[in-house]
Design a protein around this ligand. Structure first.
Ligand SMILES: *Cc1c(COP(=O)(O)O)cnc(C)c1O
Length: 459
């Protein structure tokens, strides 16, 4: 049979788009461990979760058995504005590398927020609206999640209150203005509007904030205001579920041309884009239908998978959030100032943690200067200016393609290009100026942080 010529961009027609999200937990024999109430050490129940999160989202969070969730029509309508995202055959990159490998990337930066985070933001806003809430509260570090949530809330006419880590608030005024343009209220954290914030400012008046503190403030604002709930942009099972739209589209596009990937690569911060991309493929592995190499890429400055411990830990620095069993560096671990803000989380999705623990995934840690070398090369050859986070996946895709060049193997490599880097030009500046450094935590640093993991006895 003659092989179909594969176009530079594989698009799906509207009738080929996924109508359901896929819950990989349904096919996992070893389910991810449940979230625990830090007070009681017992698995969190729907009743305990629902004062914090929207009720439907709590159900999704706790459901380990339902394989498919219908995507509500209102969300499918919103997805039409920027989906399907293109699956691109990186012909130019292949040629530049001189590799026999076939490289594809799924590009999620094709919307104003500039990343995949909008896929879950719109779902979370929809369920908040459907529950009759007035609005939501959240935190943002680098700003991508806050932007995505602002857009989603504007669409459904919800209030959106974003606590933005103070140093980002000051360093990234343009991110802040995008959020305000979409109607969000943006407060630098720590702030005087919450107990947590006031207490911290009293103790440390000059603090520039942290993600952990912003989370604590956003949760407090949600539970103390009638008609508000808290939303989170990664790590949670529900977020990973919504992000499976990435993997389902990727699989549909590949199937259309009879392409079977050998290697699937994604960057891993809290694990939502990677989990979303690989879920349908991992499902096939779990059901014994296919085999793939799956590679998570993390920064060497925050190596949760490769140097962390699989244990129960707090999801936040403030130690008020639930305990999750995950690969963690310890909730008190402070990663050095890596420019990929979206990858500076001490823990990891419980789903991906379990899959990694069970040998279904590999992980590699890469240093940021080599990441930016790959980012620069990609920008010049494929045209798109990648986000620093996404560039971790580019780095390893290039490395794998170069291995194929040595061995002459014609492997098919797919990677997730999660977003664009227009708000990260400070990072590009330090790379271009030659002032970027690689800071890798010592074994002692990590051991000290892991020594402070909470003691959990599961009753
Ligand atoms: C937030 C973010 C990430 C990392 O988050 P995950 O939940 O691990 O996907 C990666 N890339 C971009 C562009 C981001 O904004």
């Amino acid at each position: 049979m003659e092989k179909k010529q594969i176009p530079y961009k594989i698009y799906l027609q509207e009738n080929e788009l996924p109508k359901q999200w896929y819950n990989v937990r349904a096919d996992m024999k070893n389910k991810p461990a449940p979230l625990l109430n830090p007070g009681t050490g017992q698995p969190l129940t729907l009743d305990e979760l629902s004062p914090i999160f929207c009720e439907e989202l709590c159900r999704q969070e706790l459901d380990n058995d339902t394989a498919f969730f219908d995507i509500p029509a209102e969300i499918l309508d919103f997805y039409k504005m920027y989906r399907p995202s293109p699956l691109v055959r990186a012909y130019f990159l292949e040629k530049a590398l001189g590799t026999p490998a076939h490289i594809y990337y799924k590009f999620e930066g094709n919307n104003t927020s500039g990343s995949h985070k909008l896929n879950s933001a719109i779902a979370q806003a929809y369920y908040a609206k459907k529950q009759g809430l007035k609005g939501v509260t959240t935190e943002t570090g680098a700003g991508q999640w806050g932007t995505a949530m602002s857009m989603a809330c504007a669409y459904f006419g919800l209030d959106c209150h974003v606590f933005m880590v103070k140093c980002s608030y000051e360093q990234k005024p343009f991110r802040r203005e995008v959020m305000r343009t979409y109607g969000a209220q943006v407060t630098p954290s720590p702030s005087m509007t919450t107990n947590v914030g006031r207490k911290l400012l009293e103790e440390f008046p000059d603090t520039t904030g942290s993600l952990g503190c912003a989370i604590s403030e956003a949760v407090e604002a949600a539970v103390s205001n009638e008609g508000y709930r808290y939303v989170l942009g990664s790590v949670l099972n529900q977020v990973l579920l919504h992000q499976t739209v990435i993997g389902l589209e990727t699989k549909a596009a590949l199937d259309k041309y009879g392409i079977k990937p050998d290697i699937i690569i994604g960057c891993a911060g809290g694990g939502s884009n990677l989990g979303g991309l690989v879920s349908p493929f991992v499902g096939e592995m779990l059901r014994g239908e296919a085999d793939y190499r799956i590679i998570a890429v993390e920064p060497a400055s925050c190596p949760s998978f490769t140097r962390g411990k699989f244990a129960y830990d707090f999801c936040d620095t403030g130690m008020i959030c639930p305990l999750a069993k995950m690969y963690t560096l310890g909730s008190q671990f402070i990663p050095s100032a890596n420019h990929a803000g979206g990858l500076r989380f001490h823990g990891m999705s419980t789903i991906l943690s379990q899959l990694y623990h069970d040998g279904l995934m590999e992980a590699v840690a890469v240093e940021q200067t080599s990441v930016f070398e790959a980012a620069e090369m990609f920008a010049r050859i494929e045209g798109t200016l990648p986000a620093p986070e996404s560039s971790h996946a580019i780095r390893v895709a290039i490395d794998e393609a170069l291995k194929c060049k040595e061995t002459g193997e014609e492997k098919t490599i797919v990677f997730g290009l999660t977003g664009t880097g227009y708000f990260d030009l400070k990072a590009y500046e330090s790379f271009n100026d030659g002032t970027m450094t690689d800071v890798i935590p010592s074994d002692e640093d990590i051991a000290a942080s892991l020594a402070r993991l909470p003691e959990v006895r599961i009753r």
